[in-house]
Every structure is written in C-alpha cells, then in structure tokens.
Design a protein around this ligand. Structure first.
Ligand code: SGN
Ligand code: CA
Length: 493
C-alpha cells in the first residue's frame, strides 16, 4: 500500500506562535490537533532561513550550494534537476502544489499546480495557472488556497493513484493583512515583550548592523497600517497597492477598523520606548489575526480528509519555511542562524495503519532537507545517493537510531540585501552553536545553548572554550566536506 502525503506549509510562522510549542501568546487548536494525534519534532531546523532557499532545500533534499538556489533575489530554480516531486511521480504518485512557490521558474514535477506570483496577495489574490495565465480570485488568500486544495482532492486528481499535495500558504508573511472578520480579534490582548527586546548586541558584530528592528525598520504604514495620505513612509505606496486590492465595500470595513487607531496614534505621537512597545503590540496582534485564519483552514482541510476517509492512509505534515522573530533581540524577520529563525515548527499526523508508531515529542535534530528522503521512503521509492537529508521514517516508527546525526549544517547567503543580515555559515550540535559571518566581515560566534538559550553571550575566543571551539571547527569542516560546500576553500583564496 502507498500512503498519501498532504504537506501544509506556511510562510514565516514560528514555534513561539504555535500553542503546542509555546502557549504564551496564542491558541492554535487545529495545528495542535495534528501534533496531538501524531508527533511533534522539538528540534526541527532549516538549512538556510529564507523562503526560496528553504523551498529549494525541501524539494531537492539538498543544501543550497547543491540545489543552486541560494537567495530570493538573484536565483532562478533550475527545474530540470532531480526533485522529490519528480521522483514521487516515478513511484506512481500524483503530485500537486497550490499556493506560494517563490522559485522564479515555473514548477516542474507536478501533475497540477496553481501558484502565487512572487510573495502573493492577501486580498483578491492573483494566481498563475498551468497555462501561465494570471487570474484574480475574489476573497482572502488563506481561504482560497484551502478551497483550491479541497477542489483538487475532490474533483481534479486521479483517484486511483496515491497523491502528494503541497498546500503552501502566504500566511503569516509580512505585511500581516488580516481576514476582515478577524480585524478586531486580539485587540484587547497585550502581548508580553520578550525580555531581550532591548538587546544591545554586545559581542555580536553582525547582529548590530541588521535592519530588522521592530523600532527602527518596521514601516509605520506598511507594517503597522498607520496610513495617512498627507504623511510619508518608505513603504507607503506598496501598502496602497496591497490594501487597494480590496473591493470598495470591504475597503470601507477595513478603514473603519483602522481609522480610530490611526487617529489616536498620530495624536499621541509616541516616541522612543513608547513607540517600540506600541509597534510591538500592533505587530503581534496583526500576526496573530493572520495566523488565526490559517489555523481555521487547517481544521477545514483535516475535516475534509477525515470525512472522506483519506486521513487514515495519509501522512499529514505541517511546517513553515523558517522560523521568525517575535520581538526577540528587538527583531522581526528571520535569516540569522540563531534559534528563533533556524528553528521551524514541524508536526506530523501518521497514517492510522502505520505499523508501530511514534507518539508525542521527537527530540532528534531534523532539518528541512530530510522531507524529500522521508516522502520517498514512505512511497517505497529509492532515495538517491546525492540527497543530503536522511529519512525520518525510522523516527516516525518510534525507533531510536543510535547513529542519528549529531550536528546540523547551516548557510545563509542573501547579503547585501533587505534587512542586511550578513552572510554566514555554521554548525549546531545539541548543546553548542558555532557561526562564521563572512563577506564584508570576518567574525565568529559561539553559543552554549544550554546555558544561554537566547544566544546573548558570544563565547568565541573566551578562556575555557578552546577545546569546544576546536571540536566544533572540526565538525564544521567535516560537514562542509561531507556536503561538498566549497565556501571555506573559496575564503582562503
Ligand atoms: C519581502 C519582505 C521582507 C522579507 C522578504 C523575504 N519585504 O522582501 O521583509 O524578509 O520578503 O521573505 S516586503 O516589503 O516585500 O514585505 S521570504 O519569507 O519570502 O523569504
Ligand atoms: Ca518565509
């Protein structure tokens, strides 16, 4: 028997905002339902914390230097290369992707696809169809992606074949435009600020020069919606374009909600810490609203699968393309190899008749390059030698492989670019993290995640850490050799 796969992915959703990982901020009952009926990976990471690269890693099972898609700004995915969807097709599967694609070239390896142009639109969104025409759909993107996914499952697929469906949401990506029915949700809630919101980045050069600060870089109109025609802001016109997509009657509802907040904001004109805290609350509320619509939609899709007898023989996977900062270090966005962005949520509901089954938390370190070999393994297909990831199937079967990987490799390339996070690579073990920032900087960082989980204290070069550093350097070079990442050689020249 071949199991089906439903892979649900969000954009920029982070474990701090998923109640089965962290219950400080919001409830996500439908995402938790996947975990409660299945497993939750507590040490799940990406290889390059950015959308396009992360998707390329996922589809190929390979690190960025091997799949060729390093960054969002200069790369075009080479669709002629080996990918997991193509290999699944060979194994007899029907494959489909609906939603965010973000790899520039058109999809290959899918029997059906309907993708968003670039980042996509929350309101009355555009879709690119298989004939390369762009169409506009009425409504809220998160709901439309679910409708299209259910429609494919119900009416468009070949019901005699197993399937792998990729449901790729834009939620919860910037600029967090809520579904109109949820505009007022969370407005009475005050979110507690992380205790390192006012980080001074001491001992961390690259962290000092980023441009992803809630206070400094979050745009007052585009991000926090404090629009006024007579004022200016850097992303004002982008904001006008996105909100301008609403039908006039919906625009009225939207404006009526924000107008009193806008009036109060400009009257009070908060500055300094007061402004930072005000922006933080706006950010958290809008993000939580967008997430709420997504969580509802997960519930709908699970209900459809259950009511149509599909849940029992389907692996349901939920993950995000990376983590995100919810004010930690004073930030939004991702990119850094620090925990909040390298970590990504990962929960799975296993097929009912899966022989022995894992339950609860899985603590082994896993990475998004592992999804491809896992799905191939589940489909009974061969896993090509050149794939970097490893199958998670043994872990899903409740096994505890003694030789499970002891370290993870990471490499981020998109610099100079928006948010100005410098290029870096590094190694993460269960306890430590060693990072090298390079290009227009040459700075190493070392963290003891057990003693300093918030990565505030750079131990590199400090007395007493010589041996640990030496061991991590060796492990880093071992991984670079194993994956054939030529970077250190290039830097030497
Ligand atoms: C856009 C956003 C950035 C974000 C990147 C990458 N700016 O450029 O804030 O970091 O996407 O995000 S915006 O003004 O266009 O909203 S990713 O998740 O697609 O990699
Ligand atoms: Ca993303």
């Amino acid at each position: 028997q071949q199991y089906n796969i439903v892979y649900i992915m969000t954009d920029d959703h982070t474990a701090q905002m998923m109640s089965c990982y962290d219950n400080r901020y919001v409830e996500t009952p439908n995402l938790d339902r996947i975990a409660n009926d299945g497993v939750k990976f507590t040490n799940s990471f990406v290889a390059n914390s950015l959308s396009g690269p992360s998707r390329a890693c996922m589809f190929t099972g390979k690190h960025s230097h091997a799949n060729g898609f390093y960054d969002n700004t200069t790369c075009v995915f080479d669709g002629s290369q080996q990918t997991m969807p193509k290999l699944l097709q060979k194994a007899g599967y029907q494959t489909a992707i609906i939603g965010k694609w973000h790899l520039e070239s058109l999809p290959t390896g899918f029997d059906y696809w309907e993708i968003l142009p670039g980042q996509g639109d929350y309101y009355n969104p555009r879709f690119i169809e298989m004939n390369n025409d762009t169409i506009v759909e009425k409504g809220y993107l998160t709901n439309i992606i679910t409708e299209k996914s259910i429609n494919w499952l119900e009416n468009q697929r070949d019901k005699n074949k197993p399937f792998c469906l990729f449901v790729h949401h834009k939620a919860c990506h910037r600029n967090w435009l809520p579904e109109l029915k949820y505009l007022s949700l969370y407005e009475d809630k005050t979110f507690e600020m992380p205790d390192n919101f006012y980080d001074d980045y001491e001992g961390r050069e690259a962290a000092k020069t980023q441009e992803m600060s809630v206070l400094k870089d979050m745009d007052i109109m585009y991000d926090t919606k404090m629009y006024r025609a007579d004022k200016d802001s850097r992303l004002k016109s982008t904001y006008e374009d996105y909100v301008g997509r609403l039908d006039p009657e919906d625009r009225k509802v939207y404006d009526e909600f924000y107008q009193p907040i806008i009036d109060e904001f400009y009257k009070k004109n908060p500055q300094g810490k007061e402004l930072a805290e005000w922006k933080y609350q706006r950010y958290m509320r809008d993000y939580a609203k967008v997430l709420k619509s997504f969580d509802d939609n997960v519930g709908q899709l699970l209900d459809y699968l259950e009511q149509n007898g599909l849940l029992k023989n389907t692996l349901v996977v939920y993950t995000s393309d990376q983590g995100f900062y919810m004010g930690e270090h004073g930030w939004f966005d991702k990119r850094f190899m620090y925990e909040e962005s390298m970590h990504t949520p990962l929960v799975m509901r296993l097929p009912d008749d899966f022989k022995t089954k894992a339950k609860g938390d899985i603590p082994e370190m896993v990475q998004n390059i592992d999804y491809a070999p896992t799905f191939l393994d589940l489909a009974g297909a061969e896993i090509p030698e050149d794939i970097h990831g490893v199958s998670l199937l043994p872990l899903l079967k409740g096994e505890k492989p003694a030789d499970w990987r002891k370290s993870l490799y990471y490499h981020f390339y998109e610099y100079p670019a928006e948010h100005m996070v410098k290029r870096h690579y590094g190694v993460r073990t269960e306890r430590y993290k060693l990072i090298h920032f390079y290009n227009d900087i040459d700075a190493w960082e070392l963290y003891d995640l057990q003693e300093d989980p918030k990565e505030m204290n750079n131990l590199f070069g400090k007395e007493g850490y010589e041996q640990i550093t030496e061991d991590l350097m060796q492990e880093l070079h071992r991984l670079q050799a194993q994956y054939k990442d030529p970077i250190e050689e290039k830097l030497k020249k």
